[in-house]
Structures are given as structure tokens and as C-alpha cells.
Design a protein around this ligand. Sequence first.
Ligand code: URA
Length: 430
Amino acid sequence: MSVHSAVAVIRAKRDGGELSDAQIDWVVDAFTRGEIADEQMSALAMAIVWRGMSRRETARWTAAMIDSGKRLDFSDLTRPTVDKHSTGGVGDKITLPLSPLVAACGAAVPQLSGRGLGHTGGTLDKLEAISGWQADISVERMREMLADPAIGAVVCAAGADLAPADKRLYALRDVTGTVESIPLIASSIMSKKIAEGTGALVLDVKVGRGAFLKELSQARELATAMVELGTDAGVRTVALLTAMDTPLGRTAGNALEVAESLEVLAGGGPADVVELTLVLAREMLAQAGIDGIDPADALADGRAMDHWRAMITAQGGNPEAPLPTARHTEILRAPLSGTLIRLDALDVGIAAWQLGAGRARQGDAVQPGAGIEMHAKEGDSVTAGEPLLTLHTDTPEAIPVALETLRDSYDIGETDEPFGPLVLGRITAS
Ligand code: URA
């Protein structure tokens, strides 16, 4: 018989109290074992949404979620480990070129990723567009890939035993309106990243219309909480705040984004994708303690591409296989000439999702070829009648729905205003 009771813990937080370490350890453990009912955990999550948690409570909550499962340990590898986590954005395919690039520069990159839900795509969905590629691999295989100097990076699905308390809690939060809490989001993300066993971490916290945080102040608060959690847990952590008002690159959709990532790995690709890949690579190398290597050289001379091929092949993928394409396309043409002064990330993300690139519910299938190709980016000149966007889908009935979503997604006109920077801020441990 426990000295704690779920009702007492809920009441304490409801009334604005601080939970003790013992209460937090007990509540997370009892919930994982099924001793605390979903409705009780939902009530506690709602109380946390309203009352918040202190830095100590959030750190303890995170530790309890890590302790609910296995913690991986790659400290025996000879190379330093470093990972990147993005809070999710439209067209955010950066992990694809970034992981092999950082591996090519001498770090080991263990990246446990997820599948997408809603309008932002998941890294695993993108890689699953590659023929034969498998997201589920064992920890032993992960270790072999990280230790192999020709590979050095692995992007795979998190096993069921990695922070299982977070998996259960996130599923509850998703259906009870309790996702929107900085301590709950920070502990959810960081419990998985710390349990993954990386020595260093770079966070890309997205801000803007296509991100789940719309305001810079909120993003700064989340980034600060995550950097504190990582640092307190012994993971060297830094966060960048980056703009997500317009999509990254020129594609949103799984196979389309793989193709664009290959362009970056081949030394080309859209300027914003290249810029963010290099900015994040430099941060990762600095956190890993690797000096004197310019990742731009490894993109230009093909070393990053060699690591990509090895990484994909090691997980059963065929890097030479043609990527899947959608059965139907529809071109949206510019209605007038001028400068593209706005292209809205949220609208493009939702339209790509409606075309079949994303899923509405966990477990739904995605169409690998579906998505949106952008022929112009903000600041580009467009000509009336020329293609602005190409819609790709296997389900042609989705085209009118997506076109309706895209109706007010862009503005064409004249402007002297400069377009804002991609990197909006940098948060380090205080
Ligand atoms: N992503 C997560 O993993 N957890 C959250 O709470 C929100 C986004």
C-alpha cells in the first residue's frame, strides 16, 4: 500500500503547490504500471497546464520518465555522440542531409525519430519513401552503425522501452487538450533525447505560422527549459530558434523531400535548406568538441553523400532506387506577375497533408509520393501564368480540397521590405 494517493497529488498541483520528488517519482511510476487511471493522469496534466512546474519539478518529472524505461549508453564509442532535435516544421527535412554530414565530419549521430502527425512531416515517413529502408533496428545494430567510420549515423524508430511513460502520457495529452504546457512539452522531448544516450544535443525550436509555437517568447521559454533539462542531465545542449513562417526548401512531402535532401548532399539544393543544415552541423560539431572541420567541405566533396549511401544501405534501403512518385499532379499557376511576398507554411503543410503526405491518426498510412513542390520562394519574382505550386497525390479527390486550403496561402506584389533571417536566436545553458 503506497503512502501516496493520486487524488492528493492532483489536488496539490490543482491548488498551485509544488510536487515533491517522491510524489513525482511515484505518480510517473504508478501511471506506467497502470496503477493510476487515465482520467487521474489527465486531471493532473490539466492541473500542470494551468499551474506549471518549477525547474526542479520539471527535471524530476523528466528523470522519472527516463527511468520508466531503458536508457541507451553509447559512451564506449571512440567518437563523440551528438544529435539534433527539431520541434517540427513544414518542409523540415534537415535531419536527412545533416546526420550523414555530421558523421562525415567525425561525430557519431544516434537519432531516434518519430512519424508525423498532422501538418508537420515525420523523419521516418520521409525515409520510408526509400525502397527497402527499415526504421526498426536493434540497439546492437545501432551501435554497429555508429561505430563504423564509413557510416557513423543512424536514424531509426525509438523502441517501445524508451521512456514508455512519455508514450502513454503523450497519447493522453493529445486527446485531452493538455499538449500546450512548456514543462510537459520540454520533459516529453528531453526524456526521449536523454534516454537515447547522446552526449550532446542541438535543438532546433521552430517559431511561426507553420510551427506549433507561434510566438518568439514561447519558443524562447521552451528552448530555455529544454536546454536546462539537458544540461542538468549531463548532456551538452544548445538551442537555436529558427523561423517557420514559410516552408523550408521547395518541397513538402515524403519522397519529394528525400529528393531535395539528395540535391543538398550533392552540393546543391535550396539556399535556406543548405544554410540551416550548415548552421546546425557547426553547432553539433562544436557541442561534440570537434574543431577545425568545415562541414561545407564535406557537402561539396561528396563525403556526406558517401555517408548517406552507407547509412541508407545499412538499414536495408536502396539509395539508387528511383523514388516513388504520385499518380496525379495539378499545377497552381501564379495569377499575376510580381514578387512572391508571402507563402504560408501552415497552409502548405495542411494542403500537403490533405494530399496524403501526412496522417490524421497514429497508425494511418501515408502516401510516399504525395506533397507540394514550390516553384518560387518568398522574395522570388513570379510571372502570371507560370507554375507557382505543383500538387502531387494518389487520390485526385483531394486536389480541390488542397486547392481551397491554398487559396489564400500566398501574396504576390511589390515590396522593398527585406525578408527576415532564418536563425532568430540561440539559447545556451546559463
Ligand atoms: N513533441 C513531443 O515529443 N512531445 C510533446 O509534448 C510535444 C511535441
